[in-house]
Design a protein. Structure first.
Length: 91
């Protein structure tokens, strides 16, 4: 299994960091570290997240990392990180 971040997911990380850094830069850095480390567990258990049926036939799933939601897709031997946001954001 390999892990790949989409450009939208990487843009989400930057957006979240910039939002948090205005208030507390060290906390923003810690949050981004936690969010980038979390998908490592998906390599061993890619189907651990809740499947989102509205994306069928694709295998799109979601996991919660603290107060953040991460959506990802399992395609063959690759886990693609699709999007990431705070659960309080209006999505």
């Amino acid at each position: 299994m390999q892990l790949k971040w989409t450009s939208k997911a990487l843009a989400d990380l930057v957006r979240l960091y910039e939002f948090l850094a205005v208030v507390n830069q060290p906390a923003a850095a810690r949050t981004v570290q936690q969010l980038t480390a979390a998908p490592g567990s998906l390599l061993a258990n890619p189907r651990i997240g809740e499947r989102l049926d509205e994306f069928q036939p694709r295998s799109v799933r979601r996991i919660l990392i603290g107060q953040y939601e991460m959506r990802y897709e399992v395609a063959g031997n690759t886990v693609y990180i699709l999007r990431l946001w705070h659960t309080r954001e209006d999505r």
